[in-house]
Design a protein. Structure first.
Length: 421
């Protein structure tokens, strides 16, 4: 009995019957479950092949062949350059986590390897993009002391006449005697905010020895306030040398260095030029070795308008010289040489103040300075000062080392004591 052709089209929920009709035996027949398993195996194999190609470099080489803007150099060249220290990165490397679009990689915002240009010649040239370098943090701010300052001659002229303080400034000239303790091919000073007249620069032996080094040029280290005078030869240990220069500067806008103080009078504003060098601001007024441990002697000359007076650490010894500039008469106040001391202890004031004075039992002249209408109010302070000076001399058994002591009442004077409160 011949079998009837089955025409049933029932499909079970768990499987799909793909059996063909008996007369269609040339086709491949597969159940649904077997087909699904076969598809999973094929997809997994394709994925594994892609992973292998990617990690062996073939994927990137394929992308490079289709990307017209990609570097044509071998990957080994990039690795070789990186090993030689070229850490800068090119614009051709693919950015991480970017997708393909028409087999072209998106450019990375930050370059990653040196760009190798083979188009110009057979010899590769390197166009390396520079990345910012990190400057090492300075840890040593100490000034070299191969040349040690033993004495300063300082002359400072204050231009504070008139009513327009915007035009006020000062100029100076400094000469420093340097003892050579070790040979050096440069002279390093502290300088901050001063404009040096380089035509006035001089370096020579104290004995005017023609074999002494000459300066060739200069440089500046602004982070450490160093002014460096480079020499054409080394200095000789045991000899004394001299460096000198002229300069100008506006008055400091802060309460340090040489700054402007003022008070309001009946009809106008009165100005004073005041110094505050503690702890390291003498360099704002004259080139120097501005460290407390470095001690020298000082001769100070203050050139001030004739309507003003000046005071400094030591007594005034001469004020007979005058000069006229732009209709203003200036007087040179020459002061006696100081004791050996640090630069921050040097002080002076140019003002129109008056004073009252007294003398201690040991002959020390004490003066209290204030504006004319207030000077009488300084009597109590002057009396306490003289008594206190005598008391501490007796208590410690040490005499006051200077021949005079000046106090001055300023509206805006700040010392380190104020910062320590």
């Amino acid at each position: 009995m011949s079998a009837k052709k089955s025409e049933s089209t029932d499909v079970c929920d768990s499987q799909l019957d793909l059996l063909a009709r008996p007369n269609d035996r040339s086709r491949c027949h597969m159940r649904a479950l077997a087909g699904f398993v076969f598809f999973i195996l094929v997809a997994t194999g394709a994925f594994c092949v892609c992973v292998v190609i990617y990690f062996t470099g073939g994927y990137r080489e394929m992308i490079n062949r289709y990307d017209p803007e990609t570097v044509s150099g071998e990957r080994s060249d990039c690795l070789r350059l990186a090993s030689q220290g070229y850490k800068e990165l090119c614009e051709k490397c693919p950015a991480p986590n970017t997708s393909l679009k028409g087999l072209h990689m998106k450019r990375q915002a930050e370059p990653c390897l040196p760009l190798i240009d083979y188009s110009a010649s057979s010899t590769p040239s390197f166009n390396i993009q520079q990345t910012p370098t990190v400057t090492p943090k300075l840890t040593n701010y100490r000034i070299p002391t191969s040349l040690y300052p033993t004495h300063y001659n300082i002359e400072i002229q204050t231009y504070i006449a008139g009513d327009n303080s915007a035009n006020f400034f000062f100029k100076g000239h400094v000469k420093i005697w340097l003892r050579c303790d070790e040979p050096s091919d440069n002279v390093t000073l502290h300088l901050n905010g001063l404009t040096v007249d380089y035509s006035s620069l001089g370096f020579y032996s104290k004995d005017l020895d023609h074999s002494s080094p000459n300066y060739t040029d200069w440089s500046a280290d602004k982070k450490r306030n160093f002014f460096i005078l480079n020499l054409d030869d080394f200095t000789e240990a045991g000899k004394t040398y001299v460096i000198e220069m002229s300069y100008t500067s506006p008055f400091s806008k802060e309460l340090n260095g040489l700054y402007l103080s003022s008070y309001k009078g009946k009809n106008k504003i009165h100005y004073q030029a005041v110094t505050q060098f503690q702890p390291t601001d003498a360099r704002k007024t004259f080139p120097c070795f501005d460290e407390p441990a470095i001690k020298s002697t000082f001769n100070v000359t203050l050139v001030r308008p004739s309507g003003f007076t000046s005071i400094s650490n030591m007594p005034l010894i001469n004020n007979s010289t005058t000069l006229v500039e732009e209709g203003v008469t200036y007087v040179k106040d020459v002061y006696a040489q100081t004791k050996k001391m640090s630069t921050y202890l040097l002080a002076f004031v140019v003002s129109d103040f008056s004073y009252i004075q007294t003398t201690t039992k040991d002959g020390v002249l004490c003066r209290a300075w204030a504006r004319q209408e207030e000077v009488s109010n300084t009597a109590y302070a002057l009396n306490i000062t003289t008594q206190g000076l005598a008391f501490f001399e007796e208590l410690f058994g040490v005499s006051f080392p200077l021949p005079k002591l000046d106090m001055i009442a300023l509206l805006d004077f700040v010392t380190l004591l104020c910062f320590q409160i």
